[in-house]
Design a protein around this ligand. Structure first.
Ligand code: GLC
Length: 562
């Protein structure tokens, strides 16, 4: 057990400590916050480049509970012209909540379901919990018992507690053999067309009180007690899942986890768990996600719309205006609460939702570039203002705005009833994304911006070059490898844009193209500085404050006078 007191007892000091065992101290010295994050992630690991589709929109709910319901859900997205790349299947797809099984009554043919959805550009992600049902004849239980794969009582009996399936046992992920065994089970889901795995309840959560401190995890060679293992249990489950998927599928694994630890960014994305459909939790989402990013976890999100309680139309609209910028963009809600798909509200909500989701899809190439460079720098996607404006006292305290990468500043409305927003713009020149209005200041300034329900105030830094996509309702709907579309904001700046297959690890062997864009003196020059991927852009289309310019790329290069 670790405790952190970050300015709570006194603003003069921070303190932290652990209940037991020795502490290892690591000190990072650097001039900037970015330096420190970079060093911290050099030690603990960096978030790897995800598959492109994972940056699309994810729809989830506990519980979509039949094949037909999932098909109807997908059709509703299509009929409403709403982008969607992923549907998450919660515990109800399993047979009696037994992990690595499928309920054949509700989902008679999961493979056929994934095939049909794939044709519509939609993928499935399934939940997997650690709690494994105690049941004779169930392969996971029997194999685990036979091989001593589960945590034990101090007397050497298999330890049981209760989770969704009833009496359950807990895999010992501290053992590499158990991790391999667990990871190998992913084949069962991959074979049925599943594209990623959602790890939940991996604190581990248990309904009959927490696991006692002295529960034993035998490990490979050194038994450890739960009190020592607790913090890394979720981390090791994510590692087992990541490695299992990587070995069997070969593509960049998509894992989402509820519990994590320093370094989990190497294996998994994370969401912030069971929030509620209340304004306070929307407000909290911004600092939560920014703090996770500062802690190395770049690929994160909250349950958009809130998990528990009933979401209102207004809250839904405001939440999607934040969610569309969060790296993991997933709407999820709990059983028994109001359904939270946009059409469950009214037409206006659908239109507002579409606007936000389309903006996200428009910006995916920008996000992808941030992930590409993030794998080298450790810098997050969603950033507190202070990360780029360290000397600015307002930026330090600002919890109601955030940056997406260095060049976009989102100032969403997170208060019920508000139709205007006080926006803080740090020093420099900014452009209003929606109107093109230019706002400059030698110092930071507050401005009052109209923010009707359908608008999240959004600003772009002067000199920004934003790679964007044309309208798509799923990743890969259109061929985006012909024309490089750039939105450019007058000023001086540069950007590196990456093009690759969007799914394999080949980029690590240099199989990608890197286009360096330089904006200076009213000219944009683009040059291919790394040529490693077979597909190349033929043309560049530049949008700058209402004007469009086109140019051919010759040997990967061109120059556009704006
Ligand atoms: C947990 C998860 C939630 C999920 C539910 C049922 O509460 O945090 O996301 O829907 O379990 O599996």
């Amino acid at each position: 057990k670790t405790n952190f007191d970050m300015g709570y007892s006194s603003t003069d000091y921070y303190s932290f400590g652990a209940a037991d065992g020795e502490l290892d101290y690591y000190f990072f010295y650097g001039d900037t916050i970015a330096d420190i994050i970079s060093q911290y992630t050099a030690l603990t690991g960096r978030c790897p480049l995800p598959q492109l589709w994972t940056l699309g929109y994810h729809q989830s709910r506990w519980g979509y509970s039949s094949q037909q319901e999932v098909l109807d859900l997908a059709q509703n997205f299509i009929d409403n012209d709403l982008p969607c790349d992923v549907i998450h299947m919660d515990i109800d797809y399993m047979d009696n909540y037994k992990v690595f099984t499928v309920d054949k009554n509700r989902f008679p043919d999961l493979t056929a379901l994934s095939d049909i959805l794939h044709q519509k550009g939609i993928r499935l992600v399934t939940i997997i919990d650690p709690g494994t049902k105690v049941e004779n004849g169930y392969h996971m239980y029997e194999e685990g018992i036979k091989n001593n794969y589960f945590a034990q009582t101090p007397d050497g009996e298999v330890y049981e507690n209760v989770v969704w399936p009833g009496d359950s046992v807990f895999p010992d992920y501290t053992s590499s053999i158990v991790r391999n065994w667990w990871g190998s089970q992913t084949k069962f889901l991959l074979d049925q067309g599943i594209s990623g795995i959602w790890n939940d309840m991996n604190e581990p959560a248990s309904f009959h009180g927490p696991l006692p401190d002295d529960v034993v995890f035998p490990g490979d060679d050194m038994p450890r007690q739960h009190k020592e293992v607790h913090n890394v249990f979720g981390h090791l489950m994510a590692k087992a899942t990541y490695e299992g998927l990587k070995q069997r599928d070969g593509r960049r694994p998509f894992v989402i986890t509820r519990a994590c630890y320093a370094g989990t960014q190497k294996y998994s994305t994370a969401w912030t768990g069971d929030n509620h459909s209340i304004w306070a939790h929307l407000q909290m989402a911004i600092p939560q996600l920014c703090n996770l990013g500062m802690s190395g976890m770049s690929f994160v999100g909250t349950d958009v719309g809130g998990f528990g309680s009933d979401c209102t139309k207004e809250l839904m609209c405001r939440w999607v205006e934040v969610g569309c910028f969060s790296p993991l963009f997933r709407n999820h809600s709990a059983i028994g609460t109001r359904y939270q798909e946009p059409w469950r509200f009214d037409q206006e909500t659908v239109d507002i939702y579409r606007k936000a989701a389309q903006l996200r899809y428009h910006l995916i190439p920008y996000y992808y570039d941030l992930f590409f460079t993030g794998e080298k720098t450790g810098l997050p996607i969603m950033r507190s203002l202070v990360l780029h404006y360290e000397k600015d006292e307002v930026a330090k305290e600002c919890n109601t705005e955030f940056l997406a990468g260095p060049n976009l500043l989102a100032a969403p409305v997170v208060t019920q009833g508000d139709r205007k927003k006080m926006v803080y713009l740090p020093a420099g020149t900014w452009y209003d994304y929606w109107t093109g209005e230019k706002i400059s200041g030698d110092q930071g300034q507050w401005i009052l911006r109209d923010a009707p329900l359908d608008t999240c105030p959004l600003y772009v830094k002067a000199g920004a070059v934003l790679p964007v996509w044309p309208k798509q309702n799923y990743v890969g709907e259109k061929d985006t490898n012909q024309v490089l579309m750039l939105e450019v904001y007058p000023g001086e700046g540069s950007w590196d844009h990456f093009q690759d297959d969007g799914e394999s690890f080949a980029y690590r062997d240099g199989v990608y193209n890197q286009y360096h864009c330089e904006l200076k003196d009213g000219k944009l020059t683009v040059s291919c500085v790394h040529d490693g991927y077979e597909k190349h852009y033929q043309r560049v289309q530049v949008h700058c404050l209402g004007k469009t310019f086109e140019a051919e790329l010759k040997d990967g290069a061109c120059c556009v006078e704006l």
